[in-house]
Write a protein that binds this ligand. Sequence first.
Ligand code: NAD
Length: 519
Amino acid sequence: MIHKRQGSKAEQGRPGGRAAWQGLRMDPFADTLRRLREAFSAGRTRPAEFRAAQLRGLGRFLQEHKQLLQEALAQDLHKQEHSQPAPASGPLHMLCPLPGRFWLQSAFESEVSEISITQSEINLALRNLRAWMKDEKVPKNLATQLDSAFIRKEPFGLVLVIAPWNYPVNLTLVPLVGALAAGNCVVLKPSEFSRSTEKVLAEMLPRYLDQSCFAVVLGGPQEMGQLLEHKFDYIFFTGSSRVGRIVMSAAAKHLTPVTLELGGKNPCYVDDNCDPQTVANRLAWFRYFNTGQTCVAPDYVLCSPDTQERLLPALQSAITRFYGEDPRSSPNLGRIISDKHFQRLRGLLGCGRVAIGGQSDESERYIAPTVLVDVEETEPVMQEEIFGPILPIVNVRSLDEAIDFINRREKPLALYAFSNNKQVVKRVLAQTSSGSFCGNDGFMHLTLDSLPFGGVGASGMGSYHGKFSFDTFSHHRACLLRCPGMEKIYSIRYPPYSPRKLRVLLMAMEARGCSCTLL
Ligand code: NAD
């Protein structure tokens, strides 16, 4: 079932409007949540075959609607203006008949960052599902040698996945892979800002999954407020720290565990000992990918004034090679998601001094790939997550000063260090903390499903990707199955107590991987 977003503000304000009508209804989510809970209680999602069928369904959805998803992503993140309007009978036209200009993207970025990552997560989960579900045997002590001790990975039950707009397929479906693989019933909440993708997910995805165990809900803050009054067994949230706090306090009312995948400012240290052109290529690609609207993008550069002088022409060269003399007409550069974010980013262009780029066009929500220099630590561009195609450079005199700068701030989601000297990279790694770290590149670590992805401190809590997703969405139940006999030996723990009994019991309880079967 799909819950529709509530009406417009005007509609809601009108007496007898949609809001009033909604208010009269008991609770728009209650029936769906009850249905999902019943399916979970009946054990429907537990068998491996059922989970695998859901994952295969998700894979089919992705393959069969790949073009539709790519068109939706193009509309949401405005990659390339197509010279021809979309055919009126095209599949997206039926789902997303948006008025005005029609945008179509080169599929490169969405293929790399959305479709292929999601598909490989599905494939990995399908290959490993039975192994991940297996009870995990654990070492025993002498007192439990004859028993069976293991960790059982149990589904939590009813989980809520809340996603942001910036990678609206990846950040909605990759957590879903983990939640389904772990055997949960899932309520999926895509972002209302990536409207075209939201529409495809809401209208098409449920057809590929068992609807007694899965639902898409739509809405903004108001609907989310209502939804979060309900008790979930786990909440997986990706988005801003501001909303993360709201979600966490709502979860606290029910003592619901949460994963919070948040944002922040990701520092990037560039050492004097580096090849400026290589660093600039990598920095520019990762900063301007998805028009800078990436939670793990390098947010600012820390380097010496000398390195800055060498980096600037190299960055200019990289930007021109990537996006041409006029990046505005490049098919490879997107647009800013909303007017609100555009205005915020345009405000940031006034910080420091523009060394590269700086142009903007409100009618298209276009911001040129920009580099700012002479930036003060106290300016807004260094106070908030940038989340757009703007890269400030802050000068430091030494590696120590860079490390100190990083450590004076909240722990970031990702941290980058570029140097030809391995010791420099290792020092940054050893003397700082962040959700993830990559030496001599941008967010390539995300391509490894063997690494957990998540923040620390202000950048979030918990992690996912690959098996980490399965573990995140599973309760790790501690189990010990004891043998019913042997009471004579086990009675050593009962009163009346004695020093001898205590000595023997303490020895038997000591942790060890002992295979002795004397007791
Ligand atoms: P957001 O926090 O505004 O919205 C995220 C989701 O929360 C959306 O689905 C939205 O509908 C919902 N929401 C909005 N208000 C709500 C409320 N009052 N109660 C409950 N839910 C509510 O974030 P965004 O603008 O969509 O995304 C950008 C932010 O997400 C950036 O800060 C970015 O760094 C972060 N982000 C983090 C990661 C990560 O993996 N750590 C990935 C992508 C984006």
